[in-house]
Design a protein around this ligand. Structure first.
Ligand SMILES: Nc1ncnc2c1ncn2[C@@H]1O[C@H](COP(=O)(O)OP(=O)(O)OP(=O)(O)O)[C@@H](O)[C@H]1O
Ligand SMILES: [Mg+2]
Length: 506
């Protein structure tokens, strides 16, 4: 048996698989030696890593196409807008034909159902939003770049609003609450929650103003995304949702925390599943280093916990980043599939990352991994996944198949057009008027109290008419009406689950 066949034997399976490519040993590729991920193991997550230009995005495209074919919906964070080509047939070429031959692929140009989404209203896709209340204090702290003290203060502020069943739709609402709590009228309320130093409150307020300046106010609000809209099929294929960052480049943390929010939402709403033949949804976190950079310990713990638990809900996550060392070890150890494209070894830091990466692979008699990882060609990767039985497969230097859709962007105008004619545009295209949104959210997170239920322990004090800090800072009547409804709301307490996001009553 050839070395290629020996390695491929470890990838034999009974069920359906995502075909990745063919094994290479000593620079010889064997088209019949297939490297693949069992569809039933996609919910054990994965990592796609590699230096710039080595083929990471094309690998994601390849995996997404086959998931879609298998009827699995996919959500991809498309930070650089590289993946829009999924919506169009690929162009055949000599290079494609050669690669297809080398990888045992009956390549046919294919287009896939795609919906284009943006974070907030400043992008070219259908705008997605979430409310401040739904986001909760942990995720918002990450977005605002707060330190631990400030984070716990924000937690107290949310607790105050939550315990009154008071939903905060947008950044203005949160500003109103903070200014209320630090004003003379709010003193009594403040006592009840254990104290918020006005200096700390000031820092949070400034961070909020910054966030608004960076476009945060075009993201927080209603209508909030219903995650079910990402879990659809079209013509028997899984719908691929491409999420772009819109005009929020200056706040990439908002992008990554939005994805974490979505995971938390899915976690809260999806039922527990046994072992499934195929996942219900697969997430691709491009530029995953943004998720982990500057993350607090609490935040990291939550991510690790979510990654561990979401798998039993049938959701798979693929992280994509340049260096595998961008992903903390606790998370890395949760990722069943490794697709490692070429690494550079220029600097001492590169060398260290390389050595650490080698250690995360099973031992292999076929390759010198340190050498292999630095000599992989473009569109090649060192791969190990979990077999159908859950054991690591042999390490395989793999030439990857070519995507069947277009390996290029379709351009801004085409994306805008597709978004405008999308069925989601009617639902999310326009920001909902503040007043009605407020009513809606009250119904969702804090329906009116039933007869016989105990009232909240204390009611917020009615707002006084003399101008306080609130008006000074905001100077508008929206704040007044907001706080008035706060006072009159006989609402249920808002409860929070994993990640501090609000529990929905669906
Ligand atoms: N599987 C593949 N089949 C055919 N061509 C490929 C494949 N993978 C990569 N290529 C070629 O290599 C180029 C770069 O790949 P890709 O854009 O995926 O790199 P990347 O690692 O995502 O880079 P960056 O870090 O800059 O985003 C592609 O435009 C394509 O020409
Ligand atoms: Mg890329």
């Amino acid at each position: 048996m050839t070395a290629q066949a020996e390695i491929a034997a470890g990838y034999a399976l009974e069920g359906t698989a995502i075909e990745l490519g063919a094994v290479l040993v000593d620079a010889t590729v064997e088209p019949t030696a297939h490297v693949r991920i069992p569809l039933s193991m996609i919910n054990r997550h994965g990592l796609v890593a590699g230096a710039t230009g080595t083929g990471k995005t094309k690998t994601l495209q390849l995996i997404a196409e086959q998931l879609s074919n298998a009827g699995v919906p996919v959500l991809m964070a498309d930070v650089k807008g590289d993946l829009s080509g999924l919506s169009q047939q690929g162009a055949s070429s000599d290079r494609i034909t050669t690669r297809a031959g080398e990888t045992g692929d009956d390549w046919q140009a294919t287009a896939f159902p795609v919906q284009f989404l943006s974070i907030g209203t400043g992008g070219i896709g259908v705008p997605l939003r979430a409310t401040i209340t739904s986001f909760g204090p942990i995720l918002l702290s990450k977005v605002l770049g707060l330190n631990d003290t400030q984070e716990s203060t924000l937690g107290l502020i949310f607790h105050w609003a939550d315990s009154r069943g008071l939903p905060l739709l947008d950044t203005k609402d949160l500003r109103a609450v903070i200014t209320h709590l630090t004003s003379d009228e709010g003193k009594e309320d403040l006592k009840g929650i254990g104290g918020v130093a006005s200096a700390t409150a000031g820092v949070i307020l400034r961070a909020l103003v910054n966030l608004e300046a960076q476009g945060g106010d075009r993201f927080f609000g209603e209508p909030e995304l219903d995650p079910n809209d990402l879990m659809r099929n079209k013509d028997g294929k899984g719908l691929i949702s491409l999420l772009e960052i819109g005009d929020l480049q200056s706040n990439p943390a908002l992008f990554s925390t939005f994805l974490m929010w979505l995971l938390a939402e899915l976690f809260e709403t999806l039922p527990e599943e046994g072992d499934l033949d195929k996942p219900k949804l697969v997430f691709f976190f491009d530029e995953a280093h943004l998720v982990f950079a500057d993350a607090s310990k609490a935040f990291l713990e939550k991510i690790t916990q979510t990654v561990k638990l979401i798998r039993s809900k049938g959701v798979g996550i693929f992280f994509c980043t340049q260096l595998p060392t961008d992903v903390p070890n606790e998370v890395l150890s949760q990722l069943g599939a490794r697709v490692q494209h070429a690494l550079r070894a220029f600097t001492p830091d590169d060398q260290k990352a390389l050595a650490r990466t080698v250690k995360t692979y099973p031992t292999t008699p076929h390759y010198d991994l340190e050498k292999a990882l630095t000599s992989l060609g473009i569109g090649e990767a060192v791969i190990t996944v979990l077999s159908e039985k859950g054991a690591p497969t042999p390490v395989a230097w793999t030439r990857l198949r070519a995507p069947r859709s277009l390996m290029d962007t379709i351009g801004t105008d085409a994306i805008k057009q597709a978004a405008a004619s999308s069925d989601l545009n009617g639902k999310y295209g326009e920001t909902v008027d503040r007043e009605s949104a407020y009513e809606q959210l009250m119904q969702k997170v804090a329906p009116p109290r039933q007869e016989g239920e105990a009232p909240p322990q204390e009611q917020p004090k009615p707002e006084k008419d003399e101008p306080g800090l609130v008006e000074k800072v905001l100077g508008n009547s929206a704040v007044k009406s907001f706080l008035r409804s706060a006072g009159s709301a006989l609402a249920r307490e808002i409860t929070r689950g994993i990640f501090g996001t609000s529990r929905k009553r669906r």
